[in-house]
Structures are given as C-alpha cells and as structure tokens.
Design a binder for this molecule. Structure first.
Ligand code: BDR
Ligand code: CA
Length: 315
C-alpha cells in the first residue's frame, strides 16, 4: 500500500451488520479507526455501546476507544429494530460482557474535539446508523462542517424503495431530521443505499466458508448472518442476509468495487406518508445542486472476496 491509511471514525448502532463492518475495518490496513462512536438505533444506546465493545474484544482490539452518543433521535421517539437484530442487537452468538471501558466523553463532543484538533479534511466519518451524533455535532459546532473530509453513509434507497416503510430505509427513518441536517451541511457525502446493499446477499457457500475459518471471528460472523438472514428471507423471499454496513468500509478500502453518480439527494422529514424517504435525483430532473455521490452498483463477488480475505486474517 502506497497511501497512508484513511483516518476514520465509525459512528454505529451495532447490529450484526455493523459488527461485521467494524471487524472488516479493524482487519484492514487501508483504514485507521480513530474511535467508534455509538448511537441508539437497532437497539437502545446501552446495548449498542456494549455491542461495539464486545466486537472490539472479539477482534482482539480492546485498545479501540468507544464513546457513547445520543440515546434518541433529535426530535422524535426512538424506533428500534429488535425484530431484525434480536433482543441484544447481536443475537446469533453469545459474546462475553465487555471488559474494556466505555470512554467518559460524549460521542458528540469527541467528534467535535477530534475534528477541531486534526488538520482540516483528514478525517472521514463512516456512518452506519441513524445520523443523530453527526447532526448534533454540526448543530453544536457548525465550524466542523468545513473540517470533515467526507461522510460515507449507509442509508436510504431510491430504486429499491424502503425497508421499514414503503419509501424509507431504517437509518433515515429513525432520525430524518438529523439526516436532513447532514445532507444540507455542504460536507462531501457518499451514500450507500439499499439499492447497493440489497445486491450483497450472503450465500450459503460463503457463510459455510466463514464457519470453517480457523479463528473465532469467521464462525461468529456466520452465526450472526444465520440469525438475521431469516428476516430478509421471510420478507423478500431472498436467499441470504444483506450486508448493509460493511459496504461502507468496503468502499473506504476498495472504492473501485462501487459505481454511482454525483447527484442531488434530499431527505423527507415532514410528510407522514413518506417520512425518512431519500429522494435521489438520478436523472437530474430538478436542477437542484448535486450534494452527494450516490452509489448504485457493486461488484458483489469482489466485495465478498475482500470480506473473507480480511476476516481470515484474524487469529
Ligand atoms: C440499516 O439499518 C440497520 O438495521 C442496519 O444496521 C443498517 O445500518 C439497514 O437499513
Ligand atoms: Ca447499522
């Protein structure tokens, strides 16, 4: 590798697919994880904060700093997704209670301080859950908008529709007000929507390969995907589990696996029928200013090869 690694903050609500994203990041020299910040989403904050630490310990990385953030969306009650991820958020395999500490500082303050102390445009936020922490940081310290290098986010979906309502994807639906603030902040954005993540469904062969890995991580990821694929199999009749959040880290490592367009993307936060919907002007019919790189396709096989290659590096 000739370039220095991307410095990233992973903002997340683990969740099995968030957990796989963290494991991919911690096994990849192309990224340096500065910290993990947690947010309420798939399950409440106390669980996402414990889960993030369980995953770091599973990875043999208790040195990673984990900060707890917002425990509810900016303006609305929290909606969680135990129906998808199970009661703990990481159902599928029982991991020991984490021994590593949770940092004392709030995620929002950590994000602000870190961006202010680092050289401008050197830090990327990898956003894997509702965007409450980032929006709150922007509200508290608008100066950081000019300091973020990029936000790469899993969220939304346009051609695929939604997964929690007919028009909204979960992360956008839980905190549309936060997403709206982030999309209006002028920060370079890369959106990885359901249009992409519904192309990366696990196959039985791939999961069997993980189960056979001679480490703890492969079988753990296999157990997680076994658990949460049942939801998509029942709902969509699909063959496997969509690995939504690992796509964000996959993009940081190998952007050439993805393709898309630089377009205008807006978030609906008001209409009761379509709240949380992402409106992607793919054909530039509105003339609104482009504000995001919107990804639409992925090299599925390349992505799964990358993931198994990196998960196999764990001891
Ligand atoms: C997103 O919602 C969560 O359930 C997943 O972790 C992912 O971030 C998919 O809609
Ligand atoms: Ca997530």
């Amino acid at each position: 590798m000739t370039h220095s690694p991307h410095q990233i903050i992973i903002d997340t609500d683990p969740g099995q697919d968030d957990a796989v994203a963290i494991l991919l990041a911690l096994a990849s020299p192309e990224v340096k994880v500065l910290a993990i910040t947690t947010v309420a989403g798939n399950v409440p904050l106390a669980l996402t904060s414990a889960n993030a630490r369980k995953v770091c310990e599973l990875a043999g990385r208790p040195d990673i700093s984990v900060f707890a953030g917002c425990d509810r969306p900016l303006k609305r009650p929290l909606i969680t997704a135990e129906n998808v991820h199970g009661k703990t958020g990481l159902d599928g395999i029982e991991l020991p209670e984490p021994q590593m500490p949770l940092q004392a500082q709030h995620s929002v303050d950590f994000i602000i301080e870190t961006l202010r102390n680092a050289p401008e445009k050197t830090i990327t936020i990898c956003s894997l859950g509702p965007m409450t922490n980032t929006a709150q940081a922007l509200l508290k310290a608008p100066d950081i908008a000019a300091r973020v290098k990029r936000i790469v986010l899993m969220g939304g979906g346009f051609f695929e529709g939604g997964n929690i309502t007919p028009s909204a994807e979960f992360n956008m639906f839980v905190d549309p007000d936060a997403a709206k603030i982030v999309f209006a902040a002028g920060i370079p954005l890369t959106v990885i929507p359901l249009d992409v993540t519904h192309q990366v469904l696990t196959s039985k062969e791939w999961v069997d390969g993980l189960r056979r890995m001679d480490n703890q991580v492969g079988p753990a990821v296999a157990a997680w995907t076994d658990f949460f694929e049942r939801y998509d199999m029942e709902k969509y009749g699909s063959e496997g589990a969509p690995l939504h959040d690992p796509c964000v880290i996959g993009y940081m490592i190998k952007p050439e696996l993805f393709s898309g367009r630089f377009i205008n993307v807006e978030i609906e936060a008001d209409s009761p029928l379509t709240v949380g919907a992402m409106v992607a002007d793919w054909w530039n019919v509105t003339g609104r200013t482009a504000n995001a790189e919107y990804l639409r396709d992925i090299d599925r096989d390349g992505f799964f090869d990358l993931l198994s290659e990196r998960l196999a590096t764990y001891q």
